[in-house]
Ligand binder design. Structure first.
Ligand code: NDP
Length: 241
């Protein structure tokens, strides 16, 4: 898959899956527009890839819209930024519920609105990938707000796919299982929990960020021209019934 001269917005490009995706895109010729929060991550990514850097807290709706507008025009959009807090259902605080929905669900909507309006206004074509999670499909203890925020994102993906494809923009979701990133360290550092999760993954390992990045790039590319509205597990078979 060649992305020469394609301009691609990647949210959450500072670490983990977003960073791996930005690096893979740059290796394949793309100009990456990186949106993330930590300046040090952006500076090092800029040095490595020559990306355009936009610093933003995606929990802030107005700042997110302004950052999305600054990122335009773009050929493709990857909504990858995400966050989590571990709380049992009985302990979920309203603050964390709202934060996770702001970053994981509302921000992808805002960035995609700005991207799609611009693509449609220019009479161009495009594609969006929303990075969801297997947590949108199954109930994972201590992840109530996270599961809800990702299921909400999937609802958006489906409506976007129906409304935007006739206007030339395909929209798909990818659903990784545990992927070896800083987020996974936060969520899965308890060895007993990690072992239980691993035992349910038929391929016998957690995902690497590049496993997910490859699927994201496929869904963006013209090779996936007839793929729209898909929820694509990248989970080694974890969600097989
Ligand atoms: P990481 O925590 O490793 O990286 C997330 C990136 O998003 C960081 O660069 C982070 O910046 C950025 N980000 C988070 N919150 C904000 C914010 N408020 N404003 C701007 N940027 C922000 O996560 P992963 O790479 O693991 O996750 C990427 C995506 O994949 C997420 O949507 C996640 O939900 C999903 N996912 C991850 C899985 C996993 O096991 N790792 C499994 C399934 C799905 P900073 O560090 O500066 O906050």
């Amino acid at each position: 898959m060649d992305f020469t001269d394609k301009r691609v917005i990647v949210t959450g490009a500072g670490k983990g899956i977003g960073r791996a995706t930005a690096l893979m895109l740059a290796r394949r010729g793309a100009k990456v527009v990186a949106l993330t929060r930590s300046p040090a991550d952006l500076e090092s990514l800029e040095r490595e890839t020559g990306c355009v850097s936009i610093l933003v807290d995606l929990a802030d709706a107005e700042a997110t819209r302004a950052a999305a507008r600054n990122a335009l025009p773009a050929d493709y959009l990857i909504n990858c930024a995400g966050t989590t807090e571990l709380e049992s259902f009985l302990d979920v605080s309203v603050e964390n519920f709202d934060l996770l929905h702001a970053v994981n669900t509302r921000a992808p909507m805002i960035v995609a609105q700005e991207y799609a309006r611009d693509v449609i206004g220019r009479g161009a074509k495009g594609a969006i990938v929303n990075v969801s999670s297997v947590a949108a499909f199954v109930g994972i203890p201590d992840h109530a707000a996270y599961c809800a925020s990702k299921a909400g994102l999937d609802g958006l993906t489906r409506v976007m796919a129906k409304e935007l494809a006739p206007k030339g923009i395909r929209v798909n979701g990818v659903h990784p299982t545990v992927t070896l990133t800083p987020m996974a360290v936060k969520a899965w550092s308890d060895p007993d929990k990690a072992a239980g999760m691993l035992a349910r993954i038929p391929v016998g390992r957690f995902a690497d960020p590049d496993d997910v990045a490859e699927v994201i790039l496929f869904l963006l590319s013209d090779e996936a021209a007839m793929v729209n509205g898909l929820s694509m597990p990248v989970d080694g078979g974890y969600t097989i019934a």
